[in-house]
Design a binder for this molecule. Sequence first.
Ligand code: FPP
Length: 259
Amino acid sequence: MWGKWFTSNNKRNTNFNDSQLESSRMPGHVAIIMDGNGRWAQKRGLPRTFGHRAGVEALRNIVKTATTIGIKVLTVYAFSTENWKRPAAEVELLMRLFSEYLDSEIDELDSKGVQIRFIGGIDELSESLQAKIVLATDRTANNNKLVLNIAVNYGGRAEVIRAVRKITQQVIDEKLTIAEITESSISEHLYTNDLPDPDLVIRTSGDLRLSNFLLWQSAYAELWFTDSNWPDFKAEHLIKAIADFQKRDRRFGGLKNPK
Ligand code: FPP
């Protein structure tokens, strides 16, 4: 089958072969560490900002592909709690790109059934960006084709600390006993509390690490790496990652054929 994505004037603008995918073994939740925007730009003798702009284009394309091939949850790492250490101009540009993305994509995403969410310390972002996030999340809250989680000011450790604080407060308030603290109670206090854990975590640009992304949720995720920089990541890469995922033997700590 040839995947199709129609623009409003009905012209196909994405074309890829997803025949190698088994529809019964699709990962429900795919998470992506979109790395290598800076290197993509440097390779071309361009300022890093160009890499980030090209990264937005890659994201647009991958979100479309995800809706077309039937992924239900896509989480993308757009800005980590550590990214504040970057030069102020780069941080400002990234924040502007998030805002512009919401302005320019909201109609299209909404019409395609995408539910937009943000995960991370959103209350530390500018008021204007927070306002746009609230508008976009409210407007798309009932969409159910794809949940798009955009991780901004996100850190896996900070997320676990936040959960531990909430749980501790419940214990202090005598709403929970210490014995009642389980894996589920931690999961329930994460940003992703109503979503399945990621099945597949993809990282672009050659580095082989998680960099504080979905640490709790990725305990049993399959990891897939590519040397391609994020702006070069196309539908074919996503399809290859999923095809490789479908060949993996997932045992979740158990045995394949217990005797
Ligand atoms: C990592 O590349 C990328 C980021 C820190 C930003 C990710 C942002 C985008 C893809 C664009 C905007 C996203 C949205 C949601 C609209 P890097 O800068 O660390 O690259 P490098 O490792 O090569 O320097």
